[in-house]
Unconditional design. Structure first.
Length: 575
């Protein structure tokens, strides 16, 4: 591979040394991994095709293709020959391995983009060969009755599938400790008798993540020993001897340390221990290649964990942490985001107090479920709070929010922002003014494209509590009208999102034939929390299929006069 690269660089008029030995080593190691993966699908030969390209904008790129097939098919491919590509054929150690190919040769390709790299700045991680402490050596010796090396398979070669297995096991792992656990089990007992993985933490500190011993009874003792002998700071950039690892004279046990370098930083250190002096360079090179996979997997898992933490922090800001108690009103919320990994979906709600004796409540749904939709959720919720506390009424709040959404979409479209087709928002927004003298509350609300709220009277009658109006973000000049009524003691106001009303069972919707009204009618006399749970349960039981949208239910029930003496608690249930 190095010879092919040198020839291709020379043909392109490039000096290979201007890219640094580390870059060339990266290509060689990646091709080694590619060939190992290709072997899984192998016939008799693997053909490696190499090409170097120079682009004005992309710079220097190296493309490597591994073709797998029988010798006959590869001969046909070589006769057709791709112009400008240098080829070589790598015979497999086991011509009979792999699955038979019924079609043309399979191809596995990878592409590298190189940049000029000063030779003086090149830092190549080296593997440290260190004597093991005598106490570790004694434990390892004791693990094999009758002497060492009699019950182990030879380690002179790991076989062509080692890297392929490692790549398959580590691919897609999003937990760094699980990556460390898999790494230890990959090398024990095939390469070493024991293995420990440290992972770098805050302020550069190392923590021992996983320990594995070929004899389980020695794992705890090994863990305690390794915890008292952490890797040195120097080992995190290049391999050096660990402090306190000097064995007794004549001790044949050795430890190999591999820094986990990825993304320009040290992700941790992997250390393996063995007294097998017959380890050859080919085994260590394959272990080094595996360590590169481990380092990259750890880095990927950490990026995922960081993004998940940020995402959850942002999601938590889309909903109120707690809802305040409202005098004379029993309040309950049931909320279930559709996505399992999310704490917040496209539906949102809020309940807050204005400067006077009024309380504001809202329940909304943003078009879409992507991060852009989440940003609109946060904008809408906080803007409603700001406008309400500045004294704007129900109609004014909706009209100003509508203008903000339409203007934002227009500005994004003018600037040529991708996917700037506009975000529509349905919103139910209202104000409550509790009457501490007679009980109940005066209510003013408006529904902007949202499922209409339902009012359950004390006599069991259910009626819509608002009129339908245009949703937000469509017409900049839209005007809104608020409906006013008094929520008398014992009456209930039910607000839901379309995840409830549009729950499907074949072609039938949950709210077809006033299904939601019937469900609410059966909740006469129940508390707000009981009503919320009853509606949610009815939605789930409506169909055997999984729920396909976010569910949000808000219930406001006016309490009798004596109920306002003790302030009721606000209850929330989040699925």
């Amino acid at each position: 591979m190095r010879a092919l690269l040198a020839k291709q660089f020379a043909a392109a008029g490039l000096r290979q040394d201007t890219y640094g030995e580390q870059s060339i080593d990266d290509i060689v190691h990646r091709v080694d991994e590619l060939i190992s993966i290709s072997i899984i699908h192998a016939g008799n030969e693997v053909e490696v095709v190499c090409r170097v390209e120079i682009g004005r904008e992309t710079g220097t790129e190296v493309e490597v293709i591994c073709r797998v097939g029988t010798a006959h098919r590869l001969t046909q491919v070589r006769r057709r020959g791709a112009v400008g590509r240098e080829k070589t054929v790598v015979p497999l150690s086991d011509p009979g391995c792999g699955r038979p190919q019924t079609g043309g040769p399979a191809e596995f390709a990878t592409r590298f983009r190189l940049r000029h790299f000063p030779r003086a700045a090149t830092l190549k991680p080296r593997t440290a060969l260190m004597p093991m402490p005598s106490d570790v050596s004694s434990q390892v010796d004791a693990a094999a009755p009758g002497g060492r090396g009699n019950d182990r398979n030879p380690r002179s070669g790991l076989g062509p599938f080692f890297l392929a297995e490692a790549s398959e096991l580590l691919a897609g792992q999003l937990d760094e400790d699980l990556v460390a656990a898999l790494a230890t089990q990959l090398v024990v007992p095939r390469v070493a008798d024991w293995c420990g993985v440290w992972l770098s933490g805050a302020r550069g500190r190392m923590r021992l993540s996983r320990v594995w011993h070929r004899e389980e009874r020695f794992m705890e003792a090994l863990r305690q020993l390794l915890e008292h002998n952490p890797p040195s700071v120097a080992l995190r950039t290049t391999s050096l001897s660990l402090p306190g690892w000097a064995g007794a004279a004549g001790d044949r046990s050795m430890a190999f340390a591999f820094p986990l370098l990825a993304g320009g930083s040290c992700q941790g250190v992997l250390v393996v221990g063995t007294d097998d002096q017959s380890q050859d360079n080919s085994v260590m090179r394959q272990v080094e290649n595996m360590v590169r996979l481990v380092a990259q997997a750890v880095a990927t898992a950490r990026r995922y964990a960081q993004q998940t933490t940020i995402s959850k922090a942002l999601q938590r800001r889309q909903l109120p942490a707690v809802l305040p108690p409202v005098p004379g009103i029993d309040v309950a919320v049931a909320y279930e985001p559709h996505e399992e990994a999310q704490t917040v979906g496209g539906d949102f709600y809020d309940l807050f107090r204005k400067e006077d004796s009024r309380w504001c409540f809202l329940l909304g749904d943003v078009q879409g479920k992507d991060p852009e939709a989440m940003s609109v959720t946060g904008l809408a919720r906080h803007m409603v709070r700001l406008l309400a506390r500045e004294g704007h009424g129900v109609e004014s709040v909706l009209e100003r929010l509508n203008i903000a959404l339409t203007d934002d979409s227009a500005e994004a479209a003018t600037a040529g922002v991708e996917h700037a087709s506009g975000r529509f928002l349905t919103l139910l927004y209202g104000e409550l003014e509790p009457d501490v003298t007679t009980g109940g509350a005066r209510c003013r609300l408006a529904s902007a494209g949202h499922p209409l709220p339902l009012r359950l009277f004390a006599n069991g009658v259910v009626k819509p509590a608002a009129q339908p109006q245009i949703l937000l973000g469509v017409d900049r000049d839209a005007q809104f009208i608020a409906d006013s009524f008094t929520l008398l003691p014992g009456e209930t106001l039910l607000c839901v999102t379309d995840g409830v009303t549009e729950r499907r069972r074949g072609t039938q919707l949950f709210d077809d034939g006033d299904g939601l009204s019937a469900t609410l009618r059966a909740c006469a006399g129940m508390s707000a929390m009981a009503v919320a749970n009853q509606v949610r349960q009815a939605v789930h039981e409506f169909s055997t299929e999984p729920v396909g949208d976010d569910l949000a239910v808000m219930v406001l029930k006016a309490l009798p006069k004596e109920g306002s003496v003790t302030v009721p608690g606000v209850r929330m249930v989040r699925g």
